[in-house]
Design a protein around this ligand. Structure first.
Ligand code: AMP
Length: 282
């Protein structure tokens, strides 16, 4: 299996595929791979001549140095998982200096306001970092299709906006959320939870499911207040935010409209591990 850690070598390998206009499917990840990541790879394998996965913990999208330091890095076992899925998948797993000049910061992006909601409020600069790395990787891999999970729904909308605003020749494919048996959305950060915490974290998705049920008859404000109460004084969890937003603009829903679709978004700290999840409401 081919594992590149150098962008020039990766570029040389991909050049003939690009010259022959072969379809290239691309799955950008930060590693510590789980079945959610593998589902993106499977979707790419089905629809492209070649599939490339990047494994790179991108420093410019972390506003919290401790979160960056503690982010799980498991390259050896990641490579084994990819190989077991399909040894034809091309892996790009660079060090930071392969993609960034010394002292290089994130570029500044406008995503027409999407970047100011939820994760953007809680993690200042996060989406500049995401835009910076996704643009760099798209320029390098030149994918025809790129696969992103709905788990990071705001990121997915932002990447679609990046592609539209910069006229990038790539189709963004949205993939559904993979969950543990108890409903907890799979996440590399789940590895930092104890077994008991992982079980208790099922509350996050249960809360979203109840919010979805309530949305048929209750106002967005009523549901926000209810979720706040669920997490108030909780011994293990601290609610960072819960939002009900319009699916397209990601602006908070004030008054429901039958013409719009809505989603609920949640971010919760389990000690110092921050987990996010989302659900469609109508
Ligand atoms: P990450 O490694 O967390 O940056 O995620 C890489 C890609 O995998 C992103 O497009 C994520 O949205 C997607 N992803 C992460 N977790 C899941 C999941 N549980 N189900 C589906 N896709 C996921």
């Amino acid at each position: 299996m081919l594992v590149f850690n150098n962008k020039a070598a990766l570029g040389r390998h991909l050049a003939p595929f690009i010259a022959q206009a072969k379809t290239i499917g691309f799955v950008p990840t930060m590693g510590a791979l789980h079945d959610g990541h593998l589902s993106l790879l499977k979707a790419s394998l089905e629809n492209n001549a070649i599939t490339v996965i990047s494994i790179f913990v991108n420093p410019t999208q972390f506003n919290n140095p401790d979160d960056l330091k503690k982010y799980p890095r498991t390259l050896d076992s990641d490579v084994l998982k990819i190989q077991a899925l399909n040894p034809a998948i091309v892996v790009y797993a660079p060090e930071v200096d392969d993609l960034y000049d010394p002292k290089e910061q994130a570029a500044s992006f406008s995503f027409e306001g999407l970047e100011f909601q939820m994760e953007g409020k809680s993690r200042p600069g996060h989406f500049d970092g995401v835009g910076t790395i996704v643009k760099k990787l798209f320029d390098l891999v030149k994918p025809s299709h790129a696969y992103f999970g709905e788990k990071d729904f705001q990121q997915l909308q932002i990447v679609k906006k990046l592609v539209a605003l910069h006229h990038l020749p790539v189709t963004i494919v949205a993939c559904p959320i993979y969950r543990e048996a108890n409903g907890l959305a799979m996440s590399s950060r789940n590895e930092r939870l104890s077994t008991a915490e992982r079980e208790e974290a099922a509350l996050i998705y249960k809360t979203l499911q109840t919010a979805q049920q309530k949305f048929g008859t209750k106002s967005a404000k009523h549901i926000r207040d209810w979720v706040t109460k669920v997490f108030q004084n909780h011994p293990l969890f601290c609610l960072d935010y819960f939002e009900i937003t319009d699916t397209t603009s990601l602006k908070p829903c004030i008054k429901k409209s039958k013409l719009k679709t809505y989603r609920a978004f949640i971010a919760v700290f389990v000690k110092n591990v921050r987990l996010i999840d989302t659900i469609s409401l109508n």
